[in-house]
Design a protein around this ligand. Structure first.
Ligand SMILES: NC(=O)c1ccc[n+]([C@@H]2O[C@H](COP(=O)([O-])OP(=O)(O)OC[C@H]3O[C@@H](n4cnc5c(N)ncnc54)[C@H](O)[C@@H]3O)[C@@H](O)[C@H]2O)c1
Length: 298
């Protein structure tokens, strides 16, 4: 198949492109706002395009069988400063991708959503049938993006897959708690500041397991899938694991409070039974995935 990956120069997109190239012709569509050209695998084609440029995107998408849409402002902890960026990149950007798919006769779209659409009061583990209750602008734009995609599916017959990702870790990550701890400990190996009370407990999944999950979801007949790990790990334990992998023994200090920042969801673990029924399962638990990530990042 001939496929396009928006955001393919980013963390998850570059790993996904690498995996897709085993079976498909892949073109990365990215404006390099947070992505990097050197992350794009050599045998992928690359088009430096902003997804919000609808007329350009229409030309670009012509001839593709499928689009895997990952381009977004992926920072969650940016309200109120990034509210316009979240809206433009995640919401308007997704509408531009949907319109370009329709106008260029792309039949299949994969949309990358997030666990944060469920908010903080959902049952744990959270099934795909749980209500949307986002508490960040990022989460709101992902929830809205899903709704828009489903309208194009229902009215225009778009063949749609939505993947709701937990916290993704692995080499090339340049954000998230594991990355932050590694950077902070490189600067000061004696002391580590932890945002919140350290008891925020979430599920982390390695990017290699994630891209296999995205492809398994894409190849199935169903529309919506959670992708995460079956276990969860708290932030203090992550600090211990990162310190251990870096052979350090820093003092921990806490900024306090249940949340690390406004819009942080203190507890998250997704029910992944639906995707497991396709035969996919994570090869590493949350702690193993974090250990692998530290080895790559340090
Ligand atoms: N990393 C996670 O833990 C996580 C969790 C849940 C969901 N997601 C979602 O997965 C997707 C990929 O996230 P990531 O962590 O790889 O982020 P990333 O920042 O590494 O990658 C995003 C890519 O999109 C590109 N991009 C941004 N705006 C663009 C635009 N207007 N036009 C073209 N390209 C644009 C960037 O240059 C970058 O290469 C995002 O949609 C994100 O919301 C990520």
């Amino acid at each position: 198949m001939n496929v396009a990956v928006t955001g393919g120069a980013g963390f998850i997109g570059s790993h996904l492109t690498e995996k897709l190239l085993e079976k498909h012709e892949v073109t990365v569509v990215d404006n390099l706002s947070s992505g990097k050209k050197e992350l794009i695998p050599e045998n992928a084609d690359f088009l430096e395009v902003d997804i919000k440029n609808t007329s350009k995107l229409r030309e670009v998408f012509r001839g593709f069988d499928a689009v895997l849409h990952l381009a977004a402002n992926p920072k969650v902890n940016t309200f109120p400063d990034d509210r316009d960026k979240d809206f433009e990149e995640n919401f308007e950007g997704t509408k531009a991708v949907l319109d370009a798919c329709q106008e260029s006769n792309v039949e299949k779209l994969v949309f990358t959503s997030s666990s944060v659409i469920y908010g903080e009061d959902c049952e744990i583990p959270t099934p795909e049938t749980a209500n949307f209750d986002p508490i960040s602008m990022y989460g709101a734009t992902k929830a809205g993006g899903e709704h828009m995609c489903q309208v194009y599916q229902q009215i225009l017959g778009l063949d749609l897959t939505i993947v709701r990702l937990a916290n993704i870790v692995g080499g090339r990550a340049e954000k998230g708690v594991t990355y932050d701890f590694v950077q902070k400990l490189k600067e000061d190996p004696e002391e580590l500041e932890i945002l919140g009370d350290g008891r925020q407990k979430k599920s982390y999944i390695h990017v290699e397991d994630t891209v296999e999950g995205i492809i398994a979801a894409w190849e199935s007949e169903e529309t919506v899938f959670n992708i995460g790990n079956e276990d969860a790990i708290d932030v203090t334990r992550i600090a211990e694991v990162v310190s251990d992998e870096m052979d350090l023994d820093p003092d921990f200090s806490y900024t306090g409070g249940r949340k690390g920042w406004d819009g942080d969801v203190p507890e998250m673990r997704l029910d992944i039974q639906k995707l497991k029924e396709t035969g996919w399962k994570p090869s590493m638990n949350s702690e193993e995935a974090i250990r692998e990530t530290v080895k790559d990042l340090k």
